[in-house]
Design a protein around this ligand. Structure first.
Ligand code: XMP
Length: 519
């Protein structure tokens, strides 16, 4: 099989930071895929046809009998290999060196590597100040390098911190060049891929053209349906598919009555009016709000919404004649098969729901044009497709919508108050130029009424909480440090402009121990 782009293979030995290697390479416009070591057989290697290979780090010890190994064929394909941490050790072990545990040479965290006399091309740009900061995380260490290898850098705990067999283009480093604490790490990757002959052909423009071709080839004259949430992923998927097959695409936007102010209208205008995409606006708010009446438990709320969402989507999908394909905004991080050593089930904190989770049992074939992309690449593709920045930069919004920002029982009255307060808060954030600095911001309406005084009268209204966080991926988060002036001005505006709220608090909980949403 021929491949359109130069391909780099990352063999994953289970490091926590393997995905970062892929990120660094994608930033260099290099196409790469991560695959767990168990899957990388000789036949897999031949089919994948990598132009270079990277061995990731990993938690195991190569001194342990039965620990992970790369296939022998990797060393005889004639392509450059870079081994990182465990990847370095396994390379040494396989090629005739020696790795040992302990002896007080474990290093965790910041370390400094100094160069030896010899120069190495992948270290071009390094050691301008005599030594270079790197990030180490190893218990074992290489005690004898393999025949053909030479040392190019040492650290106090790793006498063989950087080694290479230049004639075979095998490079091995003990530290992690992919993390931010190795400031010149990106340069090392850049040197490595340049040496391997990558031309940087993985651009969004090229990706878009390829993806359109692939969609056309897959779909033929079939019909595709796509669930739209108004979020970036499903929107970019829909617009890309529409460019490929036009009217053979129908989108379904399920309005569960738990959207923000004017949100349904914005989504419909954007897709139907601006993009001329066939769109069914399924206004099922009565159904959802009816089913949620009297429900106060967060998990029951989430499950009720998730189940109804699928039922409703299926109902509309069934009405679309000849639908054969279901489009999903699946991203690369959802696809990577992770190497699991513990294998234990993790605890469910919240039952997530989103349009990407529509069931495969609907009997439709899947079209997943974003499967190879990371989130920031989806945004870049969105820009390539002409989506406005204001849309691409939108904060994430959860599938269950305002239901989980209204702790306790939901009512139409509370939802209406919440929508208004939320709109004022976001308006304030935009006016102060803070929207893009904040990862997510919203208001939660609290299930308590408090006493206040407005004018000369007593009020007895709801309290609300403002929530604004910084985060990279939503897994951890910190509260945003607004100024007191900003908070004061916002509270005053909400209480003055939103009937039904007479008290405003700011949630300063980080995640963990809190979560971003209130439920
Ligand atoms: P938590 O509250 O778990 O939220 O800290 C982390 C991020 O996930 C979003 N979120 C969801 N997104 N379906 C989604 O698509 C869901 O069911 C869901 N629940 C939470 C939340 O808004 C935050 O960005």
């Amino acid at each position: 099989m021929t491949h359109t782009h130069d391909r780099l293979l990352i063999i994953d030995f289970g490091s926590q930071v393997t995905q970062l290697i892929a990120r660094r390479l994608r930033e260099l416009s290099v196409y790469c895929e991560i695959h767990p070591y168990q899957k990388v057989t000789d036949a897999f290697l031949a089919e994948f046809a990598p132009k270079a290979i990277i061995f990731s780090g990993g938690p195991d010890s190569v001194t342990r009998e039965g620990s992970p190994r790369p296939p022998k064929a990797a060393f005889t394909m004639g392509v450059p290999i870079l081994g990182i941490c465990y990847g370095q050790q396994v390379m040494m072990q396989e090629l005739g060196g020696l790795v040992e545990s302990g002896h007080g040479t474990a290093e965790f965290g910041r370390a400094f590597v100094t160069p030896t006399e010899s120069k190495l091309s992948i270290l071009e740009g390094w050691f301008a100040e005599g030594r270079e900061q790197v990030w180490m995380s190893h218990g074992d260490h290489v005690s004898r390098i393999a025949p053909g290898f030479e040392v190019y850098g040492t650290s106090p705990g790793a006498p063989f911190a950087i080694t290479a067999d230049v004639s075979r283009h095998f490079y091995a480093v003990q530290f992690h060049p992919e993390v931010h604490h190795t400031p010149k790490g990106a340069k090392l990757y850049e040197n490595f891929v340049r040496l391997a002959g990558f031309t940087g052909d993985w651009t969004m423009g090229a990706y878009k053209d390829d993806a359109i071709e692939k969609i056309r080839a897959q779909v033929g004259d079939g019909h595709v349906i796509c669930g739209l949430s108004g979020g970036v992923d499903s929107s970019v998927a829909a617009i890309l598919i529409h460019e490929a097959i036009g009217d053979q695409l129908t989108c379904v936007f399920v309005d569960h009555g738990l959207l923000r102010q004017n949100e349904a209208e914005q989504v419909v205008t954007m897709f139907r009016d601006n993009y001329n995409i066939k769109l069914i606006h399924a206004d099922e708010s009565e159904l959802f709000l009816g089913a949620l009446e009297g429900v106060s438990d967060p998990e029951v709320k989430r499950k009720t919404i998730g189940k109804l969402f699928i039922d409703v989507f299926q109902k509309y999908a069934n009405e679309i004649e000849g639908a054969e394909f279901l489009a999903q905004g699946t991203l690369y991080p959802d696809v990577i098969e992770s190497v699991s050593f513990s294998g234990g089930p993790s605890v469910t904190i919240k039952s997530h729901h989103n349009v990407g989770g529509l069931p495969e049992k609907m009997g439709l074939k899947l079209v997943e044009p974003l499967r190879e992309l990371f989130k920031d690449e989806v945004r870049a593709l969105g820009r390539e497709l002409g989506l406005p920045d204001s849309f691409i930069g939108r904060h994430p919004f959860p599938g269950p919508g305002l239901a989980i920002r209204c702790p306790g029982e939901i009512s139409r009255e509370k939802l209406e108050i919440l929508r208004k307060a939320d709109a004022v808060f976001i308006d304030q954030i935009r006016k102060h130029g803070l929207y893009d600095e904040i990862w997510q911001a919203f208001v939660a309406i609290l299930p308590v009424r408090t006493v206040g005084v407005m004018g000369d009268g007593r009020t007895y209204d709801y309290a609300c909480a403002l929530r604004a966080v910084t985060s990279v991926d939503g897994m951890t988060a910190d509260y945003y440090p607004f100024t007191h002036e900003f908070l004061g001005e916002t509270a005053t505006r909400i209480i003055n402009e939103v009937k039904g709220i007479n008290r405003c608090t700011y949630d300063i909980t980080s995640k963990p121990p809190g979560t971003i949403e209130w439920e």
